[in-house]
Design a protein around this ligand. Sequence first.
Ligand SMILES: [Zn+2]
Length: 299
Amino acid sequence: MTPQQRNGRVSGPRQARRRPRLGCARLHFGVGLRCLVGLAQGLISCAAWASNSVVVSYRFLDLDDPGAVRDVNGVAVLTFGGFDANDVLVDAWGFESIDAWRAYAASDPCLADSKTEQVGWRLAGGDEDIFWQLRAIVYLCSEYENILTAIESRPLVYDGNTRTWVAPGIERTGGGNYLDQYRAIVHWNPFTSSVYGAGVQWDRFPPLVALAHELVHAYQRIAEDRRTYSSPLQVAAMQGENLIRSAFYRKVPAYADIKPRPGNLGFYLNGTVQFLFDTFEWLDWSPAYAPLLDVFEQE
Ligand SMILES: [Zn+2]
């Protein structure tokens, strides 16, 4: 692919020569049909380039990536990219939202045919919706590929409560998000977008952020064999949470206002609880930042 081709990409369906893709039994003769199918599912537009490259990996692009798909107004949209063996972008699809991408991905044989072999399938326990939520996390934030791989490397953990070996998993809940430390089951509320009442900007987040947070706790339980919860485990969970928050900030237009999480809850000062840390800006954050635990000070 020449720089001219890369720079020449525009929004809207474009023709492409056949492009065999990893995991596809069929050859891909053009992007038009794919785009029409996608449009019905919330896919905004797509871009493709004449290429014989085989797509070997996927990820969502940053909005400021030159390869990001743009809408009719020239504004970058959520973009799912396919990369060849040299990690060169050879295909890109634009979506209205992560939900729209999930609907599309589940129907794309190139993504879905090998789902039972992909990271996330085992933990999802055959629940397709959960599986695609996990895949969205991985494609947004590649660090979670390693976290999920480590989790799935142990198909069973010992539940000291019932003295049985049990399979880790994810269950939906209408309540709060948490990890069942005994059974290594993540309880995830797909509708929770705040923990403390959203009084500050950092306490507003997409539900996938909370799932990603609990996945770190699952990793701690399953891969590190930490069978008892303790407050310091929150630090790594919040660090993982900030990685996915950063990904939403950089890649998903609807979350331009999302902030990194500065800490757990808040602190006591002069005997009064000071709820929530102040807003923390991305300029002050790095992946190495260790979020603060609750500080209980009596003065
Ligand atoms: Zn936690």
